[in-house]
Each structure stands twice: as C-alpha cells, then as structure tokens.
Design a protein. Sequence first.
Length: 601
Amino acid sequence: MWGASVVEPTRSLTISVTGAVEATLAPTWGQRSIWQWHGMADQEEAYFVNGKFFDLVDYAPGGCGFDALAGAIGAVLHRHDALRTVLEIENGAVARQVVHGAGELSVDVYEAGSQETWVAAQAVADRLSGLPWSGREWPVRLAVVAAGETPTQLVIAHNRLVLDVQSLDFLVDEVGKVASGRTGELVPRWQTAQEARYEQSPEGSAVNDRAMRYWREVLAATPPSMFDFPVASLDDMRFVMAQLESVPLARAVQVLRKRWRVTGGPLVLAALAVVLGQYTGHRDAVVQMFAGNRSDRRRRQLLGTLISEGLLRLDLDGLPFGQIAREASRATSTAHQFGYCDPASVRAVRRDVELRKGAHLDLAVYFNDMQTGQEPSDDQPELTDEELGELARAARRAQTDGSALAPPDTWSGWDQSWQAKVTRKDIRLLLTVQHGRELPLLLFCDTRYVPREAMRQLLTGMERLLLAAAADGDLAAADLGRVSGVTGVSRGPSWVRCGDGWLDLAVAEELWHKVTGSDQGTVLAEDLPGEPGEHRLVGYVVGAAPPPFADLHRQFVAAVEERTDVRAPNWYRWVAAEPADPADAAAWGRAPVLAEGDGRP
C-alpha cells in the first residue's frame, strides 16, 4: 500500500504550449457517440475518466531526465490537436469542439519511496481517474512517478469524450521518442480537425449514407426487442456482473478457431446468440458491439476518439452451430464497417423504423470483444488426441450433470460495482470476452430481465456449446437446446406472438383505450393465414367518422415509449358500432368494415 511519503506530489512540471493550431469545429462522430453513451449533466462527471500508467524504460530505453521528459510532453501537446481540445455543450449536446493554440499543463511528480514504482503508478492512476473532469479543460492529465531523480513511469488519465484508450499508446510512444532524441522516427498522423472536416465533406456524407442503408435494413429485419417478456421481481442487486473463467473453454475455442477459420470473438458471440435466442424464444438475435473504427489507414494512429456502436443480426432458425459461427464472423466485420457513421443519423433511422414497426427498438444487448493481444495464434500446436478426448469427456459431463465445467471458485461472485456507472444506455445484457489462457467471460445484466440464475445458465450454456462443438466437430440445430441446457422464459396466457416479436395483449388493450380516449373498440391478435402460431395485432375503432389512422398510429407509438411488452397494431379498422358482445373476438371480425389501413407513412 501507499506510504505517507508518496501520497502528495513532491514537485510539478509546468508544460507550456504556444503557437499551435487553433480551430473551432463540429464535433466528430466519435465524440458524439461517446456523449450519447454517457452524457454529462453538469460537465463534471468522473465516469468519463480512465487512467493508465506506462513504464518509461519501454519507450525511452536509455532513460531520460525530467527536463527531457518535460520538453517531450510539450512537443507532443503542440503536435496533436486532440490533446488541446475542449468541448462546448449546448442544449444537452456537444455543439462544437475548440482546439486551443496555447495553454499550460501541470504534471505532478510522485516519489515512489520504499514502494515498488509500479505500485505507486497504479495508485496515481486511480487518483487521477477519480477526479471530476470538465469538458472545458484539456482532455489529458499526466503525472510522473520517479525513483530519486529518474522518471520511471508516465501516468496518463484521459477524458474519453475526446481521447480513446488507443490514443494513450500513441501518446506515450511519441513522448518516449522525443525524450530519447529519436524525433526522426515520428510519423505524420491524421488530426481530429482533419477528421471533423472529412465527416462533413461529400465523401464523409457518402460513407454515412451507406451506413444508414445498412442500419435501416438490419433494424427492419430484427425483433424490436430481445426482452419482450414479463420482467422478474426486483432483485436486491438489480445490476450485477459475473465472471466465468475456464481453461477447457479456451482450449475449445482454440480448436474451433483453427477448424473453422473463425477468430475467438465471433465464436463466443455465436454461442451468446444461441443461448440468448433459447432464453428469449427468438429465432434471431440482434446485438450491438463496440466498433473501434481504426481499420482505415489514415485513422489507424489518430489521437482522438473513434469508438462507436456497430449493429448485427444473426439468424438462428434451423442452422448448425458452425454456420452460426461463420455468420457471426461475417456479421461482426460488417458491423465494424458500418459502425463508422454519425450517431445523429442512426437516431433518425431508429425513429423512422420504430414508427414503421410500431414498437420501441430496444437494442439492449451488447457484445464487447476485448482485443488484448492475448488470443493464441493459429500456428500453435494442435491438441493431441488425448486432449481432444478430454474435451469430449468434459463436454458430455457438462451435458449430463447439469453443472458448469468451471468449478464454483472460478466465479468472481456478483459484482455490483456497475450500479454506480452512469450511462444513458438501457443495457439489459453486456458480454465481454477477454482472450487468454482461461478466456474470462464477463456477463453484466439487468436482473429484472436476466435474473442471476439465468445468468449462470447463459454462461454455462455458452461453455457447453463451444466444448461440445470442439469435441464433436459441429452441433446440429436440433441438438443446440439439449446441449446448452438453457431454460426459456415463461410468458403468461395474455402474451401472443405478433410479427417479429411478442406482446402482452392485456397491456395492448389497456393502452388502446388510453390512446383512443374511449372505452369502445378493442385490439385483437388475429391469426395469419397459412402461418400457424403467427398473428397480427388489429385495432378496431368505433365512431361516427373515419379516424386518421396515421395520427392514431403515431399517438400509439408515442404512448409505447420504451416499453417492451406492447407495440402498436399492425392494422387498423373502423367499424360503425361495437358487436352486441364486445368480448366476442369473432363478432368483431364479422362487423362491417368502413375503412382500414396500416397507419404507416
């Protein structure tokens, strides 16, 4: 732990910047995306801040003194617009970014004392991360940990609205090169000003338009929500995270990576899609994922923020696991490609699709494939017959005894720390996969929709699927439910399937009377001819004049708000009077129809 001698800095370095580029620009798509994810009520929110430390010997191998380090920091601040950028907020949104051409940054120096320098550096990183941060100050904080007169670690905290985590590696790399006199190794980098201007250009607009066509196509084909079922009673821990670590799981993924030529992330995503479809009763899965948007040559080494959300849909109906995994690989690539876009445009597309579907688009499933550089390479030795046999035995044990492969002590427990993490997103499920020897899977859920026992089943089911696929060569569609052991949610008798989702008919009728302002009329789930078990929701309006169905539909969609248990009717009918028995569904079907339509634009 920290000693008293290192709690406070022993000195400070003042870094001055003058004569750098100045600019006032539109915010970038990445800045808007991060703002949309979190938002800041008062521009001083600590949860935007991340801290990390770097061993200077790795970047300036010959070492450097304080003067050289201070000079290098100043040169890098001068060189990169993003490091001198502040944000101006208007009406609850990022209105513009302002690049300062001059200013000062104070860099505190901490003595490690008797502690290991890395221990001190971690403590300093935690301290910097915990301080509130205004969008009106430069987005980087620096500190130095020293052993005597030798700087040993550079600690960096960053405001994620302006700098993503990849930017830190580039920053410290350049500081190390300048501090050790290797300025000839510096390369030109794409600047945030260039990025902002590109996004506003005709070329950028064309990229955004292509992305919007993709988003519209996927959203139109997906269920409005994966969570259209009755919520569970409120758990004493509403938002929790569990971690599963499993060496057999990691080995199974290794086998499948080589066999199917699919990387580890899509393999885990395929397993998630299968168990989620089994749990929710859906034949496809819609998932959002984090897109780094650094595949383009110009943006690969930009200091700034490029993170956004990608969208993908996986068809699960009648497909073997191997095909689902290969589709997941293709879908993730496409989601990354079209995740590079304007989030304001995505919101507009979502609103349009919501109106057409008549339902709230609840994109509350997230997948985070953490690329830590630990994923095994394809040239690793193949598993021996004995190792494959052990995987097969492990898979069959898991299917027969109903328990997880991983022993109980590999569960991290129920982590509630996310309860304090403020976001604007309505996250119901977030799976993070970390590549390594035990392939940790971190599952975060809202327990109203995925109670803790269901969380265990989902993690265990994913493990079983991947183990069995590795042991048996593949899994047929008919075997997926038996292998995973996941129990589906129970919907009550008032729930019916309409189109691409489910709704509570009793709730729909209650909302219908509220929207129409009348006790007359009703909504009915009518059978679709030739499609057993499929229905469409039909709203019956009673009145002396024909209603404007488009207005009625808009009012109903607005009344749905963000609920997942109800949606607007697929079809509207105007009849002159209620049947003698309004509870008789067949009588409504026989009533003379004066006008009808879908109410859609």
